[in-house]
Write a protein that binds this ligand. Sequence first.
Ligand code: IMP
Length: 436
Amino acid sequence: MIIVIIGAQWGDEGKGKVVDLLADRFDIVARYQGGHNAGHSVYVGEKAFVLRLLPSGIIHEGKTCVLGNGMVIDPKAFFEEVDQMQEQGISVTPERLKVSSRAHLIMPYHRALDHTSEERLGNEKIGTTLRGIGPAYEDKAGRRGIRVSDALVPELLKSRIERNLAEANRVIVLFGRPPLYADEIYNEISVLAERLRPFVCETSHFLSEAGKENKKILLEGAQATLLDVDHGTYPYVTSSNPTAGGAAVGAGIPPHHISGVLGIVRTYTTRVGEGPFPTEMLDKEEDVANLIRKRGNEYGSVTKRPRRCGWFDAVATKYAAQLNGFNSVALTKLDVLDALDEIKVCVGYEIDGEKVDTFPAVSLDLRQIRPIYETLKGWKSETLGMTKLEDLPTQAREYVEFLSNSIGVEIGLISTGPERDQTIILPDSVMESWFK
Ligand code: IMP
């Protein structure tokens, strides 16, 4: 069985907790795109783990984790995270962690180029995480990239660094930054590559063999649907494909081997970085945004940036459900809305007085959208930590049902707090079958 988990909005929907919950039932957890731009917080009892590059399954003893070919890996960040995990008592060995030989490396000049690219865009900057993700994918698509397997061949690594850096430095210097030196980069990366060697694996083959042995595989998407380079709010997106189709390419598995797609949806919406956000709480609604940010701790787990907050957008989420083919949805952070008198849900878009039926491709159109809202009554009582649907206040249950109807997918799991046991799994749902 292979299940893909994907954020339905602009990220930070709480995938970390759901992957962590499911990881117990699966043998392998694999990532298929992105890099250390992701940030998953997982709370286990008193301990908090922040995962950037490693799949959340790493916290579970006996599970194997895979970094797929579709990822871009900063070797320095990789070992920082591995060391951090070891310090927290998690064993991270090559037996448990497999890194694709075909994944691309993020090099120090990619980080510098991420800065210059943002500077160049000025007012139209993307608001990237500045981790070098975009420039590394540019090199991949430009067929200049350095793959993990290349880094294991010293002469190849050296010549690629020299060639690529000559070009990168031209841009770096043009933007008034100090040039980088090929020998310094080579000295740093070659040591890291040697340390990486035991982890390197033909991960597509590994996953294929695991499938033959009936192992259960969880594919963990990072970022989210609306940040997808093809389907998101381009150009305000990341440079990879978090959507379900990307999972097959980025993990190197046949699409028809995927048994199900799980969407992660939050009861409201957030966004970090720039870009259109039709339901953003602005002006008069800033107080609500502040309340949600505080209650939901809506600050980037990687960059600590305050996240922009907005109402649930059923148009965008339905679009995500259609693109990914969600079989079931996990709804997170219900308890964050406990304090609200009323809750708005965007059920339609209007541009220039005309109703829009599909999610617009042009970011300018998205900025001009007037959201059409329905207002639901809040429940004004605590749902934190509830574990049974019957215990939820009537208005909370109505809210959940309203969201499920408006996106056209079952809600099979409701998260009522950050801890593992603060969760409701709906009986007889598709979701429940994945937990068996
Ligand atoms: P990049 O992935 O660093 O190139 O950033 C591109 C856009 O994706 C920016 O708006 C980032 O804030 C956003 N982004 C990247 N990773 C995440 C994530 O894990 N959660 C939420 N937003 C993200």
